[in-house]
Design a protein around this ligand. Structure first.
Ligand SMILES: CC1=C(CCC(=O)O)c2cc3nc(cc4[nH]c(cc5[nH]c(cc1n2)c(C)c5CCC(=O)O)c(CCC(=O)O)c4C)C(CCC(=O)O)=C3C
Ligand SMILES: [Fe+2]
Length: 375
């Protein structure tokens, strides 16, 4: 086998995701899993439960992950990369602990993790690392020999992530009525998080002013807006806005909300908006409900034409990017020369989260980082 496709020292890839309900009976236990100990108001939970019930109690996220698994396995096979791909979730079956147990029982010793979250933040990175540590603790109690786990670097600025989204924005612009198309604005959207979580996202030296979370999203938004201008010759004004806020109302979260933004753009005379959900890897419930249902209804009331652009999902370019990231990390880990691939102003993200990266409010053990209590 050619050297470039050598995944050693890794012997397994774990797709680590959020998980979601697969029927009406799953919705309440799923929400309990997600919010255990996180202080989400009851009213908010009822409301979010309704979003799931409106879609038959089925989150789109599991089907999306199954499709991504297929795409990854196909890409690896097509390129002669011999690396088994497993799937486990934080909040629903297949649960992370069960998948890790299976990985160990299949004899794997070095696991590389691909999380379905492209950016830094407590919710998007450290919380996954905490779940990995919890699962390792369970396996240790069961007397199993623990594998070593590493997490792939943040891939928000990888071309295989950015380019499919650029194409999506171009398609949405083309789909707008011709008379408003060239004056359309682009609203790049991502999950709102508490201001305090944004300010402390990423390594400590970059804390403050929205932290790595906001900077990384701004970099992706700028890359897409620049690529759209290059392809169409039109300079579409854009802004980074937020969606899916939860938590108590007196705690500040990132703003403006997409619905307020649409109202404000409409009042300012903007004739059309493309909503580009760059914060989500695939069509999660936040995309189907908060954008396709709620924000689209809001725009309808305003008489403002909007389009929602595609997420990356299982685009073959994303599957190829994962292969490149795996080989890049394997090379780095083996002391071989490698040039990490990244677009934009920020450069490739760190391989290992340093101590103090995206701190939790109440510190808990987290695996796959410089402060991991595991090997
Ligand atoms: C940054 C971020 C991402 C992106 C990174 C990543 O992808 O991980 C993300 C993804 C997701 N969040 C999801 C679902 C939920 N998130 C909640 C609550 C929260 N999310 C937060 C942040 C994020 N969340 C935060 C700060 C909270 C408050 C509570 C807390 O501090 O933990 C709640 C509770 C109810 C509510 O309040 O909304 C639910 C049901 C699903 C599944 C969707 C599906 O079914 O398709 C996915 C992919
Ligand atoms: Fe969430």
């Amino acid at each position: 086998m050619p050297d470039a496709l050598d995944p050693r020292p890794y012997d397994a890839l774990l797709l680590l995701s959020f998980g979601g309900p697969e029927g009406p009976d799953d919705v309440v236990p799923f929400l309990e899993n997600v919010t255990r100990g996180r202080g989400i108001p009851r009213e908010r939970l009822k409301e979010v439960g309704q979003h799931y019930f409106q879609f038959g109690g089925v989150s789109p996220i599991n089907a999306q992950n199954r499709t991504l698994l297929d795409a990854l396995r196909k890409d690896f096979a097509d390129h002669g990369l011999d690396l088994p791909v497993y799937w486990g979730n934080r909040n629903w079956a297949p649960y992370l602990t069960d998948t890790l147990r299976e990985i160990v029982q299949d004899g794997h010793r070095r696991v590389l993790v691909l999380a379905t979250s492209a950016y830094a933040s407590y919710s998007g990175c450290r919380q996954y690392r905490e779940n990995l540590a919890d699962s390792l603790a369970t396996l240790k109690d069961e007397g199993l020999e623990l594998p070593r786990i590493d997490k792939l670097r943040h891939y928000f600025n990888h071309p295989g992530f950015v380019e499919p989204m650029t194409d999506g924005v171009l398609r949405s612009l083309a789909d707008l009525p011709e008379e408003v198309r060239d004056r359309a604005h682009i609203a790049f959207t991502t999950h709102s998080i508490p201001d305090s979580a944004a300010d402390t996202s990423g390594p400590a030296e970059g804390h403050g002013d929205g932290g790595a979370y906001v900077r990384q999203h701004l970099d992706v938004a700028r890359l897409i807006a620049d690529a759209v201008r290059e392809r169409t010759g039109v300079d579409h004004p854009w802004q980074l806005v937020y969606q899916s806020r939860s938590g108590a109302p007196h705690i500040p979260w990132l703003e403006p909300d997409i619905c307020d933004h649409l109202e404000e753009r409409h009042a300012a005379g903007v004739p059309a908006v493309v909503m580009a959900p760059i914060g989500f890897v695939s069509d999660h419930m936040e995309v189907l409900y908060d954008l396709d249902t709620e924000a689209t209804a809001k725009a309808g009331e305003l008489g403002l034409p909007v389009r929602r652009s595609a997420t990356v999902g299982a685009d073959p370019r994303f599957a190829a990017a994962v292969r490149e990231l795996v080989l890049e990390r394997a090379a780095a880990e083996s002391g071989r020369d490698v040039t990490p691939c990244a677009l934009g102003a920020l450069g490739p993200s760190h391989h290992l989260c340093p101590v103090g990266c995206c701190p939790a409010r109440a510190p808990r053990p987290a695996a796959a980082g410089a402060d991991s209590p595991y090997a």
